[in-house]
Structures are given as C-alpha cells and as structure tokens.
Design a protein around this ligand. Structure first.
Ligand code: ZN
Length: 106
C-alpha cells in the first residue's frame, strides 16, 4: 500500500513510483481490457484500487509477456492499444479514504 498520493490542481493523481507522471487509462484492444499506466515510467496497474494497494508491474514487459507486442519492435500501436483519459482523484477517492492514505496537493 502507498503511504501518500499526490494530486494536482486539475484533480489528476500521480504515480507513486516516480511521482512525475499522471496515470493514464489504456485499453488493450486484443483483450478489450482497461489498464492504468504512468505516462513517465511505464508503471502498470490492473485496477484503480491496485494503484493504491499494490506494487506496480512494468507495462512494456507485460505487453511482451502476454504477446500484445513483439520483441522486434515492428508493432502497430494503434491496433494494440488506445490511450484514454488520466485517472482523477475522484475515481480512487473511496479507496484512499478507506485505507486512510495521505493526500498531498500539488
Ligand atoms: Zn511513474
């Protein structure tokens, strides 16, 4: 579990690993699944609750392991994933309150 979470003035939460990037929703088209990825360090989580509760995975490594991308680097990213919006504080608020995570306003 994280000790605190950073939130900017627009309400976006920041990655607990690098503290530099917002967390983006990404749809993996092949399996029609939404995952959550740091825009800076490629930390990966599989649910909104996990962003607060679990250690992150690594996005590129996951994509390779699961066969979404090749290791040769000739991938057509548009057919693999679709970038969505950044995660907002309101979407994780319940978890943050439940586990009494400290909120740091930027
Ligand atoms: Zn990060």
């Amino acid at each position: 579990m994280i000790k605190y979470i950073k939130v900017d003035k627009k309400g976006y939460i920041y990655c607990s690993d690098c503290e530099q990037g917002r967390i983006q929703k990404v749809i993996l088209k092949k399996i029609q699944k939404e995952v959550y990825v740091c825009e800076e360090c490629e930390s990966l989580w599989f649910s909104l609750e996990e962003i607060i509760l679990k250690k992150s995975d690594f996005f590129t490594g996951y994509l390779e392991d699961e066969g979404h991308i090749t290791t040769e680097g000739f991938d057509d990213w548009d057919s693999i994933l679709e970038n969505g919006k950044f995660v907002q504080f309101d979407e994780v608020k319940d978890t943050i309150e439940k586990y009494k995570i400290k909120v740091v306003l930027l």
